[in-house]
Design a protein around this ligand. Structure first.
Ligand code: C2E
Ligand code: CA
Ligand code: CA
Length: 569
């Protein structure tokens, strides 16, 4: 962000440089004498010589005093100046005795006139000083207001004018658009700055044309981002096409791509900085997408992305501080007279001082995506084994637990050794430690998963296929999968009451499981009717709100103590 420029108005302690252009030696002499105490003087005797001096970077010329009738006419020089932004930054004063020429020079952008023959020298000096001062003021303002290369508004002024635009057109809906050139720094490095500048200028020009066709503003943000604030459009399909045209004009060989983020129907109450940020992050989210070059801001999506980032950032501390709590959902054997406790599934909960109670639905897949799940599951695997030891010590109970493994965990080279380590160091029976892994992981990554699962089973642990029937494998393929327990996907239980066909499928799955000598579990059982149906049809074990919700440690311990008492009777 630019700060205001510290400028000492009217401070002439540093001598400014004036270029005097006249073909008459005597005039040069007189004017030099008038100005020499107050200014550095450069002289030229025709337009061409003046132009050469002006274009040489080593002379910083602050003002030009110009005669009109010379070998290269003063008016020619003024025409050149009109098309050169650098020369336009320098004020030109024409010295003439010809009244008629004045109007013509005015149209050529001259800033002031001094009459020949020269009269009061003090007035001339004062006038020149005033003009330089005025111009310096203006160019400083300009430098902040617009960007040097493209002449587009800098972001500070863009924001300011965007607000004014809101005031001027309160009733029309507006969009904020951010356009960035991809890997622009690399383009500069590979093809040179001059080429980079050409691309920027081509974008600026093309976007100016677009803006001229509608109501709006154009600005520049940083090195390679353009901003548009304009009246709302439903469709922006034309914009990428136009930008590609601009690129083609500069080069058809260099592969230049861009990303566009559109935030439609901007709420004028929201600070422009935030609005620009939203358009920009929408564009930035496309960086790795080579197919789409235009994206549209979506409030929900953005909020979700931000929340996900926060969760990821909070993870290490949360793990360290023990914010992840193991909950336990009991599973009941239903084949006897009354349901009896058989084991429990470990379900993780994140109790965060910042976010409150976070459900695994919010973070498991997120952590799977960025690899944090490994650390988390390791923690859970270890903790589960510890609790089993504690319960054995405190209550004399062997409580079988099942722990969920993510498909990502399977790729950890020492996974099985870790599990063996956690269980054996607590000296608990391996056959009481179950691993749940989803059917989809089994099937999609079969080549990797199956050998690992076989190794887990060969080491004495039990394996459950979770969410079975959620549409990944054929019943036929089940025979080839190594597992001990088949856990029917909750969806069947949810829909069984409404759809009689589902009841049919449930019966089939239970029978299939029996044929394969597996234990059958139904989860998500919420009603007595569901439970009765499952019992009648031979399902061994049931898990769900009907019998118990997932419980925090204390409640679960109370429950197993009850179980212990029950066993004593
Ligand atoms: P899942 O393994 O299929 O777990 C069963 C989910 O069903 C749990 O949701 C449980 O709270 C919920 N549930 C249990 N009974 C009922 C019921 O009667 N009705 C309904 N509607 N829901 C019921 P939760 O705890 O939110 O976990 C969601 C998923 O997150 C789990 O699905 C599992 O895939 C994953 N997950 C949970 N804990 C862990 C963990 O420690 N490690 C890994 N890798 N994944 C975990
Ligand atoms: Ca599970
Ligand atoms: Ca499940």
């Amino acid at each position: 962000m630019r700060k205001s420029v510290n400028y000492n108005r009217g401070n002439f302690s540093v001598k400014r440089t004036v270029l005097i252009v006249d073909d008459e030696e005597i005039n040069l002499e007189i004017m030099s004498t008038i100005l020499m105490d107050d200014f550095n003087i450069l002289r030229a005797s025709d337009g061409q010589e003046a132009l050469d001096l002006l274009l040489k970077a080593e002379h910083k010329i602050d003002l030009v005093l110009l005669d009109v009738f010379m070998p290269m006419d003063g008016r020619e020089l003024l025409k050149v100046r009109q098309n050169n932004p650098e020369l336009k930054r320098i004020p030109f004063i024409v010295c003439t005795s010809d009244k008629n020429i004045e109007e013509e020079c005015f149209h050529l952008g001259v800033n002031d006139f001094i009459k020949k023959p020269y009269e009061n020298p003090d007035i001339i000096v004062a006038r020149i000083k005033r003009m330089i001062e005025l111009y310096e003021d203006r160019s400083i303002l300009k430098e902040v207001e617009t960007e040097r290369l493209t002449g587009l508004y800098t972001v500070e002024f863009f924001k300011k004018y965007a607000k004014q635009f809101d005031v001027a057109y309160p009733d029309i809906p507006k969009d904020m658009i951010s356009i960035s050139i991809n890997r622009f720094r690399l383009i500069n490095e590979l093809y040179g700055r001059a080429f980079g500048d050409q691309i920027l200028l081509a974008f600026a020009e093309q976007l100016s044309v677009c803006i001229n066709n509608c109501n709006g503003l154009l600005g520049k943000y940083g090195g390679s981002t353009f901003l548009i604030y304009c009246e709302h459009h439903d469709n922006y399909d034309i914009l990428p096409l136009k930008l590609n045209e601009a690129i083609q004009k500069v080069s058809s060989e260099v592969n230049i791509t861009f990303r566009v983020g559109v935030y439609q129907n901007v709420d004028p109450q929201i600070d422009k900085e935030i609005v620009i940020g939203r358009a920009k992050t929408t564009a930035d989210s496309l960086t790795n997408d080579y197919v789409e070059n235009i994206g549209f801001y979506n409030e929900e999506k953005q909020a979700k992305t931000l929340h996900s980032e926060e969760l990821i950032n909070a993870f290490p501390q949360a793990l360290e501080e023990g914010q992840f709590k193991l909950f336990f959902q009991p599973k009941y054997n239903i084949q006897g007279d009354k349901p009896t406790f058989s084991s429990a599934e470990v379900l993780i909960r994140w109790i965060s001082p910042k976010f409150g109670f976070v459900n695994p639905g919010e973070f498991i897949s997120l952590f799977e995506e960025n690899g944090l799940i490994g650390e988390l599951d390791e923690y859970i695997l270890k903790k589960a084994a510890k609790y089993m030891r504690e319960w054995k010590d405190k209550y004399g109970l062997d409580v079988p637990l099942s722990v969920n493994l993510s498909r990502v965990d399977i790729y950890r080279p020492n996974l099985v050794e870790e599990i063996i380590g956690f269980v054996d160091e607590n000296n608990i029976p391996r056959e009481n430690y179950y691993i749940e892994i989803t059917e989809s992981a089994f099937v999609e990554d079969a080549q990797v998963v199956i050998p690992v699962i076989e190794k887990i089973r060969n080491n004495g642990f039990k394996v459950e296929i979770d969410d079975f029937g959620s549409g990944y494998s054929s019943f036929g393929a089940l025979a080839d999968l190594p597992f001990d327990i088949l856990k029917i996907d909750m969806q069947f239980i949810k829909t069984m009451d409404k759809n009689p066909k589902v009841k049919h499928i449930l019966k089939m799955i239970i029978n299939l499981s029996k044929m394969l000598d597996a234990i059958t579990i139904a989860e998500g059982v919420e009603t007595k009717e569901q439970c009765d149906f499952l019992k009648k049809n031979g399902c061994d074990i049931v898990q769900g709100y009907y019998l118990s919700r997932p419980l925090p440690l204390n409640d679960f311990e109370a429950l197993i103590k009850e179980e212990l008492k029950g066993d004593e009777h």
